[in-house]
Write a protein that binds this ligand. Structure first.
Ligand SMILES: Cc1cc2nc3c(=O)[nH]c(=O)nc-3n(C[C@H](O)[C@H](O)[C@H](O)COP(=O)(O)OP(=O)(O)OC[C@H]3O[C@@H](n4cnc5c(N)ncnc54)[C@H](O)[C@@H]3O)c2cc1C
Length: 308
């Protein structure tokens, strides 16, 4: 049996209460809007020990940033957070949105924001998932400085590998390109990579030897190995939540991100998106900025609905 919490229809339900979602909630709370945040507690950077490149919090553990953000956002009396998973969202005939959680609880709101992030798809290499965010890194701006001038691996192939080789040069000259199988590079790319002294290893990777996620060496399937302190890896990701496209008809970009305009509106009226689920440029500052825009634009739309 569904239980409907209709004590008050919320102005906005925010699905995903991490950097983008909490930032939107703050803008809405400061506008006296009634907001319900529903968050399942799996932000993509959960495993990383320290966040970087985020003003006022360079080097702070993500859990600390989260705790302070929650303290500040939930201080606004019109904001409520429920730690659970949203499994269903639909639009009712009266234009309200109805959100159902995994416990079959139902909540209603005038507008919806999806700030549900992306999920990184781990490579099936022993040790990869344990090192992810600790010494197997997605972004040099977030974690490059800490491993500068150290022997680093670049785990990628094809154009991605070439691009990564050019980028990471800035942080270290001791680079090994790990293509994890036959290299798929043009002759020009290979010549450039070798000309700057980057070693190309095409063997398949068997496992990563690490201590508490800190990489020590990469073992190949032929039992050869290379000692490295960290790896930058280009891996695939997918939306953490597919409700916008599967249940509500929201459009995705060609790259599989939720399509939003500069006001963070999707193609469906009343539905907004912000943060990693809408952009390839994944960073705390970008997610927080997008949340602020979404919060302000949601408030503006509510004003226009009420005042005409
Ligand atoms: C390993 C790693 C390390 C990083 N390090 C840095 C760094 O040092 N500096 C930096 O600037 N950036 C860093 N980033 C990028 C940064 O973490 C992201 O850009 C940021 O977390 C995006 O915020 P978000 O709110 O969009 O998504 P997320 O933080 O991923 O949060 C999405 C939230 O939505 C919730 N959710 C999803 N689906 C549902 C649902 N159906 N119901 C309820 N809740 C749901 C999840 O539980 C989660 O809490 C890192 C990323 C990774 C992967």
């Amino acid at each position: 049996m569904q239980s409907i919490d209709m004590i008050k229809v919320k102005d906005v339900i925010i699905i995903g209460g991490s950097y983008a979602g909490l930032s939107a909630a703050m803008a809405l709370g400061r506008s006296h809007r009634h907001v319900l945040i529903v968050d399942s507690g799996t932000p993509c950077n959960k495993q990383t020990p320290n966040a970087h490149n985020f003003l006022t919090n360079d080097g702070t553990p993500p859990a600390e940033i989260r705790a302070l953000s929650l303290q500040q956002v939930l201080a606004y009396p019109t904001i409520q957070l429920i730690p659970t998973l949203v499994v269903n969202t639909k639009r009712l005939e009266n234009q309200l949105f109805e959100v159902t959680t995994s416990e079959n609880k139902v909540y209603r709101a005038r507008k919806i924001l999806f700030a549900t992030g992306r999920k990184d798809i781990m490579l099936p290499i022993d040790g990869f998932a344990a090192c992810w965010g600790v010494s197997v890194l997605h972004c040099p701006y977030c974690h490059g400085y800490e491993v500068s001038r150290q022997p680093l691996g670049l785990l990628a192939n094809g154009d991605n590998a070439y691009e990564l080789c050019r980028l990471i040069q800035n942080w270290s000259k001791e680079l090994v390109l790990l293509t994890n199988g036959k290299a798929n590079l043009t002759l020009e790319q290979r010549m450039w990579i070798e000309s700057v002294g980057i070693v190309i290893r095409e063997e398949n990777i068997e496992r990563l030897i690490h201590h508490n996620g800190l990489l020590q060496k990469v073992i190949f399937t032929d039992n050869s190995f290379v000692n490295l302190s960290a790896i930058f890896a280009r891996i695939d990701s997918e939306p953490q939540c597919s409700i916008p496209e599967d249940q509500l008809g929201c459009q995705l970009t060609d790259q599989g991100y939720l399509e939003v305009n500069s006001f963070m509106q999707t193609n469906i009226a009343g539905i907004y998106g912000a943060g990693d689920n809408t952009t390839m440029f994944r960073s705390l500052a970008v997610a927080v900025g997008a949340g602020t825009v979404a919060g302000a634009m949601l408030n503006k739309e509510l004003i226009e609905d009420d005042l005409g």
